[in-house]
Design a protein around this ligand. Structure first.
Ligand code: PLP
Length: 635
């Protein structure tokens, strides 16, 4: 556990049990030992296609843990509750979940259900998100907020107003000044009075990865002048009472409470000014930004960490709003946050399997040519003999610096001559082998092993590729054994970027166990803290679809867990359909081809070919590792 810093980034939800497997603690620190879920047992049950209780799902697999989600939501709420009580703040906290973080139906439904006692609501940033939020919130607390952010057209605004007629507490947050006219026009046309919020473009700037939305040049929000102009226009229209909320979002993963206090303080001043101008202000919405400690360093200078926890975040928000409002004599507003990453990251673990491993082994130049073929390096062209002899001499003298120089010379010259057609393939292979041997001999060989994993980085960890985001990746078993190699992970895609070669803590490789050495018959790894953003951002590169999903809750049974939902990942036919192909027509065309080939005496059994094709369309795009390919024919 210490090697992978599990206690730092994983607490209080993930630890290592006596069997050397990752244990999930569904209720955080309050989890009793007999309530811990052994993640390896979950994977075994999910992937088992032979026993009666097995679910036969193919990996990669997302394990969703709704108990953890509930615990996160309750912890967020109690952090604010505590800060409010201990500072004497005069209003309550009610958060919203920004569905963009993960729009999965069951996650949103869980958030709404778990959030009922806390008036927890939802935030939407597009028409489909608004539709799903409206539908899910119909079962939520009647006081829950439905924050309508994002670019808005007539239809979006009309939908948000419709939500109010359905007794949903929808607030239309203006991101652009022009949106006001759309709102006013739609509200007149539909006869529905809107509740309006403003998104302020703060001067406070978050300089990290996620801060491009902040500062005066940020993409979103209204400038001071625009805020004033909207307030005046609403006043002229007799609608200033509709303006009730001030929102800002300075970016995700806010690194420190100092920056947070700066932003909240600035926004609280704007809030107070709007109250002074006569708006019926009620809510300050501090947006997202509540960060996650991905590398466990608790640092405000690392992009992969934040220097605070839930309690410190909540206290900073409460105190900053209280301070500004008290100085201006403005009643304390309801506090709202749009915390997405902090809510859903922990509850989802991506499990994937290593399929093989390769270490770039030093090749004996004498053997590099294959059996029966020999080639003497003494036969190298004359102008390379000098470099060859120098390299040999440096190697015998164990002079690393010179070895590097002569290796480089020799290789470069070789490649040049090869490109000019003056060197044979055998020469090239023999020189490569020699250079590797030398590197190994003098201890310069890179001993990193590549583990090939049954995963698409572009589908499942897109932020790693897009913005260099690091997530904790750890074997989920064999943690009672010392890892023996340093490894990097190479995915299934035919893309050189499909490789994880940076890990938390700035490591270029990950300590891993010998491939094939465990009793499980496979080597399983987990990517943790990836519950936010990765699923919706993930693409279909190489047509790998999403992973299979299981929803796992703590239960009192012998295994401490129950799988309450199991969904196989999309099939080849599904991903083809997503790109406008028509699997049925494709199948029919290929089947006809097999039949006509059989008629000409080519294919022996057209029926068997059709069955194999049907199985292929039904199968998952990922590789079948250590199991049999499934498929029930394209009936
Ligand atoms: N609110 C808005 C307007 C956002 O753009 C975002 C995402 O960046 C969020 C909330 C969620 O932020 P986070 O995941 O940092 O909580």
């Amino acid at each position: 556990a210490a090697l992978y810093k599990i206690d730092s980034w994983g607490a209080p939800y993930f630890s290592v049990n006596a069997a050397g497997n990752i244990a999930v603690r569904p209720y955080g620190a309050a989890t009793l030992p007999h309530q811990e879920i052994d993640l390896m047992k979950v994977v075994r049950k999910a992937s088992d296609s032979k026993s009666a209780g097995g679910l036969g799902l193919q990996l990669p697999l997302i394990v969703r843990l709704p108990n953890v989600l509930r615990h996160r939501l309750e912890s967020l709420h109690s952090a604010f509750d505590f800060a409010i009580r201990s500072t004497g703040y005069g209003a309550h906290y009610q958060g919203v979940y920004p569905v963009k973080c993960n729009q999965d139906r069951f996650i949103v439904e869980d958030v709404v259900e778990f959030g009922v006692p806390f008036r927890f609501g939802l935030e939407a940033g597009s028409k489909p998100e608004l539709l799903l939020a409206m539908s899910c919130l119909a079962r939520g607390s009647p006081d829950a907020l439905l924050i309508c952010n994002g670019y808005k057209d007539q239809e979006y605004v009309a939908l948000a107003l419709l939500a109010r007629t359905l007794d949903l507490n929808a607030v239309i947050v203006l991101e652009q000044e022009e949106e006001l006219d759309t709102v006013v026009e739609a509200s007149r046309r539909l006869g529905v009075r809107p509740v309006i919020g403003l998104r302020a473009k703060l001067r406070t700037r978050h300089s990290g990865h996620f801060g491009s939305t902040s500062g005066e040049k940020g993409k979103f929000g209204l400038t001071t002048a625009q805020i004033l102009s909207v307030a005046r226009k609403l006043q002229r229209l007799g609608m200033l009472d509709c303006l009730q909320l001030l929102h800002f979002h300075i970016g995700s993963q806010i690194p420190s409470t100092a920056l947070l206090v700066d932003g909240v303080g600035e926004a609280a001043q704007i809030y107070c000014e709007l109250a002074r101008l006569g708006a019926a202000m009620r809510v300050i919405d501090v947006g997202g930004g509540l960060g996650i400690d991905y590398d466990g360093s608790h640092s405000s200078v690392s992009d992969m960490s934040v220097g605070y926890g839930l309690d410190e975040y909540a206290e900073a928000v409460v105190r900053a709003v209280q301070y500004a409002c008290d100085r201006k004599g403005v009643p304390h507003p309801i506090l709202c946050s749009e915390s997405g990453r902090a809510l859903v990251s922990h509850h989802s673990v991506l499990v994937f399997e290593a399929m093989s491993s390769t270490t770039v082994a030093a090749v004996d130049p004498a053997n590099a040519l294959g059996p029966g073929l020999t080639y003497s390096l003494e036969d190298l062209p004359d102008d390379m003999q000098g470099d060859y002899r120098n390299l040999m001499e440096a190697t015998f003298q164990f002079d690393c610096e010179k070895c590097l120089i002569y290796t480089d010379h020799l290789k470069r010259k070789c490649v040049e001559l090869f490109k000019d057609g003056l060197l044979g393939l055998e020469h090239l292979a023999a020189v490569d082998g020699l250079c590797e041997l030398v590197a190994k001999e003098i201890g310069l060989a890179n001993p990193v092993t590549t583990y090939h994993v049954n995963l698409s980085l572009f589908t499942s960890i897109p932020d790693f590729w897009a913005i260099g985001q690091l997530f904790p990746i750890v074997p989920i078993h064999r943690l009672d054994q010392r890892p023996v190699v340093e490894g990097v992970l190479s995915d299934l895609t035919c893309d050189s970027d499909g490789k994880v070669d940076r890990f938390i803590g700035g490591r270029p490789s990950l300590p891993l166990h010998e491939f094939g050495g465990g009793k499980e018959g496979g080597y399983y790894l987990g990517m943790f803290l990836g519950g936010a953003y990765q699923e919706a951002l993930g693409g279909l590169h190489n047509l790998f679809g999403g992973p299979s999903v299981v929803r796992v809750t703590q239960s009192d049974g012998p295994h401490c867990f129950a799988v309450t939902q199991a969904v196989p990942g999309p099939s080849c036919a599904d991903v083809l359909r997503a790109m406008q192909h028509e699997p049925r027509l494709m199948f029919e065309a290929l089947k006809r081809r097999a039949e006509s080939s059989a008629a000409r005496g080519g294919v022996v059994n057209a029926g068997a070919v059709a069955t194999a094709l049907a199985c292929a369309f039904h199968s998952m795009p990922y590789l079948v590792v250590g199991g049999e390919a499934g498929g029930d024919g394209m009936s």
